[in-house]
Ligand binder design. Structure first.
Ligand code: UDP
Length: 238
């Protein structure tokens, strides 16, 4: 076909839970490898990809606070959990011969570069996969907000949220047989109806920056590539 226009740049948010596979906690190595393989396929297809990874498979500040832990301290522990996940994804991607950089919002110079926006952009221009670790670096935020923030900073064309469900439904599809998947929603639909997609801070940030969000099931092998081709099931928020 014709000449390629400037390359597409996307941010994929991988929730911590997506790394658990069938487990209830922690990391399933096979699942990490499979997700890395999916990411590698998209990168080899010529797309600039950066990743934000969550930490909920290991530690969540809010859940710890509910049991009496100081919230901010718990959130810092949660951010460190995302760094563990980032290193695992980095390793799995490099086994796919993909060049990567982990950039952490909390300085950890022995294992990750400090996050510097202009350096991150440069890495992406060179075709490296940048894995953003430690969320925003601030307690009281989530990695969803970090994903919207980094996607805006990197001027991504789209933010893809990889979850365990293939989009946003009118009700919980596991509880309600009549639940339907929305093909498209507006940011305001999500905010006004408090749809459980991403927190309000993340949605607002995406809205202000006209950053489209796509919600899809990363648990399905190959789904990232399919969604990038506009195939398969997903919900688009614009
Ligand atoms: N976190 C934080 N600030 C951030 C991002 C994350 O404090 O900018 C903490 C927070 O405690 C959160 C935990 O890190 O519960 C893990 O991230 P998240 O829950 O977003 O992960 P996911 O749900 O994607 O697995």
């Amino acid at each position: 076909t014709g000449e390629t226009p400037s390359r597409k740049r996307v941010l994929l948010k991988v929730s911590g839970e997506a790394l658990m596979g069938d487990g209830a906690f922690g990391v399933d190595q096979k699942t990490v490898e499979r997700i890395a393989n999916d990411v590698a396929d998209v990168v080899r297809g010529g797309v600039e990809v950066c990743l934000v990874v969550g930490g909920g498979n290991i530690f969540r500040g809010l859940a710890a606070a509910a049991k009496g832990m100081d919230r901010a301290q718990g959130d810092y522990a949660g951010m460190l959990a995302t760094v563990i996940n980032a290193l695992l994804l980095q390793n799995a991607l490099e086994r796919e011969q993909i060049t990567t950089r982990v950039m952490s919002a909390i300085h950890m110079s022995s294992i990750a570069e400090p996050y510097i926006r202009r350096r991150a952009v440069r890495h992406m221009e060179k075709g490296r996969v940048v894995i953003f670790a430690a969320g925003t670096g601030n307690p009281f935020f989530t990695t969803d907000t970090a994903a919207a923030l980094r996607a805006a900073e990197m001027e991504c064309d789209v933010l893809l949220k990889g979850t365990q469900v293939d989009g946003v439904y009118s009700a919980d599809p596991k509880q309600d047989a009549a639940a339907v998947r929305y093909e498209q929603l507006t940011y305001m639909d999500v905010l006004a109806n408090q749809l459980n997609v991403m927190d309000a801070a993340a949605i607002s940030l995406a809205r202000e920056n006209k950053l489209p969000i796509i919600v899809f099931n990363i648990g399905e092998p190959g789904s990232f590539g399919r969604v990038m081709r506009g195939e398969g099931a997903f919900t688009q928020i614009i």
